[in-house]
Design a protein around this ligand. Structure first.
Ligand code: ATP
Length: 267
């Protein structure tokens, strides 16, 4: 038996439309991930290779995890999200056995997307790792990835990291994670789209998405979420007091944004 199940239906409901901006990224993902998975025979006919893993990297909070889930949603095939906790949970058995089990399950359920979030904790650079067991884990992870390339092109492996420099370089060898996609902090236009997505769900007074995007230079998607949640929290407190809906104002959003230190600044 397996200790993780194919992604539940909730996951399939997340699609590209839930990620604001990122048009070029979405197109890159379609070409590199989605179409090869859906039409391997066409790619083969034109001598284009499919398979191999894809690495998403970039500063925290800028939508890597969201993109992974949305990609699975777009493909609507089985989706296995592997967190570091599953792999390292001693309850399930040895780390190596857990790892092997994950790949076995993926093979048994192809076509599927196998997602490793925070892949740096699973495949740190072996030259920097003292612990022998951890080095064995990295070795095994690398060999499981080799197996995928040789026997099944319909398992798509995607990894995400905000510390790509900590990865073992062997992870990037051909047949493993050949391709890397940078997920940048949202630019002005992308922030405007994220802001519009966030505004959809809240009682807002007349507000100016363009001005708010300008006031949130350097903010990640996660930072923008935080601003809106904080504003909602404060407006709700007022509403409870007034016993009626109090709209979130532009002034409130701007004040909160001004006081917030963007999380990706140090990246
Ligand atoms: P980390 O590396 O810290 O895991 P991440 O890049 O994986 O970060 P996510 O977890 O995908 O970032 O995003 C953090 C939060 O910000 C989520 O709630 C996500 O929905 C939201 N978010 C990020 N980017 C966008 C975006 N482009 N559109 C809508 N929401 C976004």
């Amino acid at each position: 038996e397996t200790f993780f199940a194919p992604g539940d239906s909730e996951r399939f409901r997340v699609t590209f439309s839930d990620a604001g901006g990122m048009e070029a990224l979405k197109e890159e993902i379609r070409l590199k991930i989605i179409y090869p998975l859906q039409h391997p025979e066409l790619y083969k006919a034109y001598g284009r290779k499919t398979g191999g893993g894809i690495l998403l990297y970039g500063p925290p909070g800028c939508g890597k995890t969201l993109l992974l889930r949305a990609t699975a949603g777009e493909v609507s095939c089985n989706y296995f999200a592997v967190g570091i906790h599953e792999v390292f949970d001693p309850y399930y058995g040895s780390i190596e056995r857990n790892l092997h089990q994950i790949f076995e399950t993926a093979r048994a359920n192809s076509p599927c997307v196998l997602v490793f979030d925070e892949i740096d904790s699973l495949a740190p650079d072996r030259r920097t790792v003292r612990d022998t067991q951890m080095r064995n884990v990295v070795n095994q992870f690398l060999s499981e990835l080799n197996g995928l390339r040789s026997d099944n092109h319909r398992i798509l492996v995607i990894g995400a990291t905000n510390a790509p420099w900590q990865l073992d370089p062997a992870l990037r060898r051909p047949g493993r994670f050949d391709q890397a996609i940078f997920v940048p902090p949202p630019d002005h236009a992308a922030r405007m789209e994220i802001i519009r997505l966030l505004a959809r769900e809240k009682p807002l007074a007349k507000f100016d998405d363009n001005a708010l995007a300008a006031a949130t230079e350097g903010f990640s998607g996660a930072d923008l979420h935080w601003v809106f949640n904080r504003a909602a929290e404060l407006a709700l407190a007022d509403a409870l007091h007034a016993k009626k809906t109090v709209p979130i104002t532009m002034e409130l959003l701007q004040t909160i944004a001004r006081e917030h230190v963007p999380s990706s600044q140090a990246w």
